[in-house]
Design a protein around this ligand. Sequence first.
Ligand code: OGA
Ligand code: MN
Length: 203
Amino acid sequence: MTDKPDFPPLIDHLAEHGWAVTAELLAPSTVAALTEEVQSLWANAAFKAAGVGRGAEFQVRANIRSDHILWLDETKLTAPQTEYRTAMDTLRRELNGQLFVGVQEMEAHYAVYPPGAFYQKHLDRFSTADERIISCSLYLNPGWDEADGGALRLYEGENPIEIYPHAGTLAIFRSDAIYHEVLPATRKRFSLTGWFKRRSLRP
Ligand code: OGA
Ligand code: MN
């Protein structure tokens, strides 16, 4: 394990601004193992074009998002995925302890944005589902340079915030409240995004 982030200020920042960022939750060895895993999965063509909407409303809309995704199989997590889930579970307990958000579950997918791919400004709540509470994007790009582009742009207050996808950076934000977009990059951009969920309030 790496040095744990200092959770109270991290979570205070999330409570105050709707987003926060840390590079300290995941051990560097876990980030390296996830990076190797996502690269080999991508090379083996295991990804699908991402879409928008859920269930019957799902559609591939490359004018809205043009990334490729692979959901983690919760019943068959690999060793690095298990390390990731253990670290995310620490964060989950801290969120519940400090903000009383009552998040119980997580769903997560790897994403690859080929050069030029993007995801237009959106919220992470589907109109048909209210379970997603907190979004968490972990970046898996060693040696990323800001000139490569590919920032996550968060809309909060007057000036948008741009977070670059450096390996080990974890961006967390409210799924229901923070509009955000992924800007195109000049090189392939790898990430692992998870959503903390409450059980659905809908019947
Ligand atoms: C998403 C998303 C952000 C990122 O998958 O919904 O907004 O930085 N991802 O990859
Ligand atoms: Mn999103």
